[in-house]
Design a protein around this ligand. Structure first.
Ligand code: 48F
Length: 266
């Protein structure tokens, strides 16, 4: 047995982290937010062989899914999203016709494992504070340590490039908000601005989440609750099928866009 050396432990962490960060400075898709929609999108894009990176402000991934509904850590999923539970090995039980339940912790852990093992890099405790624009298209993200943001330190951020960015920041729609401020009135929404989230209506919200999962500005897609908040859909409460399906939809859409770009030799 070798004697463990603290310097080598430190060196190993630094080397491996910088390796990971440097490998993700120029990616095909950058996803902001590791809630259910972001992690499904990241896992599916990585499984399809795309270079994809996810940034999560908090130390833990999972967003609003850990706590199920009001901290009762079970999630409800409707029939249409059951194939995604199966795909990611999340065990579920039928509750009654059309309603399924799963353990919230198992759901978060399974999605995170799927994304990372498929090759997506997740950077937790990193906040996306701005976008890189040229000027008619989003071409990257501006990132900083969440700890810097929390401490209110005046420290310049760093930036990465991405062919496409996904705002999966949930109710806050943080990336879209930044873009809306820079180019007022130019979002691909009815008003050109963020339409804002409406009151709870689970059934309608779940359908609209999918419709609203789309490109809101050149190079920028919205997924999950950010899609409804951007395009004016209602909130849905503690049902998560729409989030999972939204992640799947944005992944499929981006695979199509990346293929088109490759065909066009871009
Ligand atoms: O809110 P969140 O879970 O997003 P989602 O995928 O799912 C929504 C549901 O959890 C629930 C619901 C439906 O059932 O209404 O709320 O739409 O996860 C969003 C993640 O984004 C992170 C945030 O910490 C959370 O984990 N996030 C937000 N802003 C930033 C960010 C930012 N600027 N940079 C990095 N991460």
């Amino acid at each position: 047995m070798i004697e463990l050396d603290e310097r080598i432990i430190t060196q190993a962490i630094l080397d491996r982290f910088y390796e990971k960060l440097k490998a993700n400075l120029d990616v095909e898709v950058a996803i902001v937010g590791c809630g259910p929609s972001g992690m499904v999108a990241g896992a599916l894009l990585a499984e399809a062989g795309k270079r994809v990176v996810l940034f999560e402000r908090k130390l833990s991934v999972g967003g609003g899914m850990w706590g199920g509904g009001m901290l009762f850590n079970e999630i409800v999923v409707q029939e249409s999203a059951v194939p995604l539970l199966q795909r990611f090995g999340i065990r579920y039980r039928s509750y009654r016709e059309g309603y399924y339940t799963a353990d919230a912790v198992e759901a978060v852990a399974s999605l995170a494992k799927a994304a990372v093992q498929a090759g997506a890099a997740i950077f937790n405790a990193v906040t996306v504070e701005d976008v890189v624009m040229r000027p008619e298209r989003i071409i990257g993200l501006v990132i900083n340590w969440t700890a810097v943001e929390m401490a209110g330190l005046h420290v310049d951020p760093l930036a990465i490039r991405a062919r496409f960015v996904v705002d999966a920041t949930g109710h806050e729609t943080e990336v879209v908000k930044v873009v809306a401020k820079k180019v007022p009135g130019q979002l691909n929404t009815p008003s050109g601005q963020i339409e804002g989230e409406k009151s709870m209506w689970s059934d309608r919200a779940e359908t609209l989440t999918l419709e609203n999962t789309r490109e809101v500005f050149p190079g920028l897609y919205v997924a999950g609750m950010a899609a409804n908040a951007t395009f004016g859909g209602p909130r849905m409460g503690a049902i998560f099928g729409g989030m999972l399906l939204s992640g799947e939809k944005v992944a499929q859409e981006l695979l199509r866009r990346l293929l088109e770009a490759a065909d066009a030799g871009a």
